[in-house]
Design a protein around this ligand. Structure first.
Ligand SMILES: CC(C)(COP(=O)(O)OP(=O)(O)OC[C@H]1O[C@@H](n2cnc3c(N)ncnc32)[C@H](O)[C@@H]1OP(=O)(O)O)[C@@H](O)C(=O)NCCC(=O)NCCS
Length: 446
């Protein structure tokens, strides 16, 4: 019997951790990961979320592959999406290309559906493998790197604002301020991770603590920004990312939203100067950051001449696990629902319109109907309305996933009356709004 028909999937238990670690190390190769399993298992809140593919080998169970799932609750306007995050899906090389990986993905989706998840996301270097199971590529991530010496000094013209901003290392006493700042900065950046009290308390008390290599910027003694760095030596202990030169990576940052855009920019530049100083002190001559994750700070690096490198896990993909749950949440986030990251006031420029979308629901027989009605001032959104719109545009689950990420564009990218959107959306938008101009940004802006 082909192996595909003998595989079964189940959640891991304590007894599986060593075998799970071996599968991951073998699948990715020991130059990329080493002894990653136990650390990965410790970071997953419930071992049942490590899905294992097994078969019976002469009366003994053998683990062939693993699909660890993190809990990754995300911001989506005022909503919190219940989202899973697949990390390091791997199949033992002796059993690859026999359907084990696909079986794991199908099992992970059913598992998340049963647990009430809305959607799931992942980063990968093998998007084709996931496409078979309804995943779609949304954002390409690159590594942006630049010699620290090339980062320009803060312009003299802004000296006055700079006088009031101080950059210093983060301490445990900064926790609540940073927690609040993180929320304020990210709540309008859809699909950023929602971090609750428990997350912050665990992160500040683990070893090494989260605040190691974090710098904070204070303005008038208030914590107004932070940037977190990771020192990446060469040879790196593991090489899942670009690692040719010793680097200081900016992994995340946040700035307190301000009504004064200049102040915000100034804080970002001060943080960048702080990271540059860290790079010199530590003897790591290069600064790197993933793009677009740290937008707009990454844009300063690009305008200073940073180069782009492919990242190993470079494609961000999403899958909508439960269409009904997902849409019900989006409906409560009407101003940004489904069609683009266009704020409510921009809808007005379209004048009155009626739009119907028929969204594929892979678990139901019928598509879910969404109707938008605008009288030119306000938009009303209905799900499965009793009266169907006369024209319906078909939207696949994959396209809806891309649209959701389209919503995650920083609003700065929407210029004037033009809408910025991923290339995959253009045909649908053209059908809906033939007279509206759309900018398609290059992949690296998303
Ligand atoms: C990627 C991986 C998990 C796939 O598991 P698998 O059991 O070999 O996959 P399946 O046999 O179920 O795959 C079926 C289809 O997926 C696609 N696929 C499989 N491996 C792929 C890969 N490495 N890259 C792109 N597509 C792939 C193929 O289209 C394949 O169909 P085909 O053989 O008819 O062309 C496995 O090859 C692996 O562990 N690779 C190393 C670790 C890794 O790269 N993980 C994913 C990145 S996070």
């Amino acid at each position: 019997m082909p192996i595909k028909e003998r595989i079964y999937c189940r959640g891991a238990t304590r007894a599986d951790i060593d075998a799970f670690g071996r599968v991951i190390d073998n699948a990715f190769g020991r130059s990329r990961v080493h002894n990653t399993g136990p650390a990965l298992a410790a970071s997953i809140h419930d071992l049942e979320y490590i899905r294992l593919a097994c078969h019976d080998h002469d009366g003994t169970e053998e683990i062939l592959g693993a699909c660890p799932i993190r809990d990754y609750p995300c911001h989506y306007g005022p909503m919190m999406l219940k989202c899973g995050g697949l990390s390091l899906v791997g199949v033992d090389p002796a059993y690859q290309r026999k359907g084990v990986g696909q079986a794991l993905l199908a099992n992970a989706e059913n598992f998340l559906h049963a647990k009430g998840y809305d959607m799931c996301m992942l980063f990968t270097g093998s998007p084709n493998f996931y496409r078979h199971q309804g995943w779609e590529l949304c954002v390409e991530t690159y590594f942006c790197i630049i010699p620290a010496v090339k980062i320009p000094a803060i312009p003299a013209g802004s000296k006055r604002a700079a006088d009031k901003i101080t950059v210093r290392p983060c301490t445990p006493a900064d926790r609540l301020a940073i927690q609040a700042l993180y929320e304020a900065f990210n709540k309008n950046r859809p699909l950023t991770r929602f971090r609750d009290d428990d997350w912050w308390s665990r992160s500040f008390s683990r070893d090494p603590p989260w605040f190691k290599n974090v710098i904070v910027a204070t303005a008038s003694d208030l914590v107004a920004g932070y940037a977190r760095a990771r020192l990446v030596p060469v040879p790196a202990p593991y090489a899942l990312r670009y690692t040719e030169e010793p680097r200081v990576d900016i992994t995340e940052y946040g700035v307190l939203p301000s009504k004064l855009p200049n102040l915000q920019r100034q804080i970002e530049l001060e943080l960048l100067a702080g990271i540059k100083a860290m790079a010199f002190e530590q003897g790591f001559p290069i600064i790197g950051t993933p793009l677009p994750g740290t937008y707009p700070m990454s844009n300063y690096l690009r305008s200073a001449g940073a180069t782009l490198k492919d990242a190993f896990l470079s494609s961000r993909m999403v899958q909508i696990v439960n269409m009904q749950l997902f849409l019900a949440k989006l409906l409560r986030f009407q101003e940004n629902i489904v069609i683009l990251g266009v704020p409510r006031d921009r809808w007005k420029s379209l004048g009155p319109f009626k739009i119907g979308l028929a969204v594929e629901d892979v678990r139901g027989k019928e598509p879910v109907i969404i109707r938008y009605t605008s009288d030119g001032t306000a938009v009303r959104v209905d799900i499965d309305p009793s009266k169907r719109p006369s024209t319906l545009v078909a939207v696949s689950r994959k396209l809806l996933g891309v649209m959701t990420m389209g919503n995650s564009l920083p609003s700065d990218l929407v210029e004037g009356d033009l809408w910025a959107c991923p290339a995959g959306l253009v045909p649908t938008l053209d059908a809906l709004f033939p007279n509206f101009k759309i900018i398609v940004y290059d992949g690296d802006n998303f």
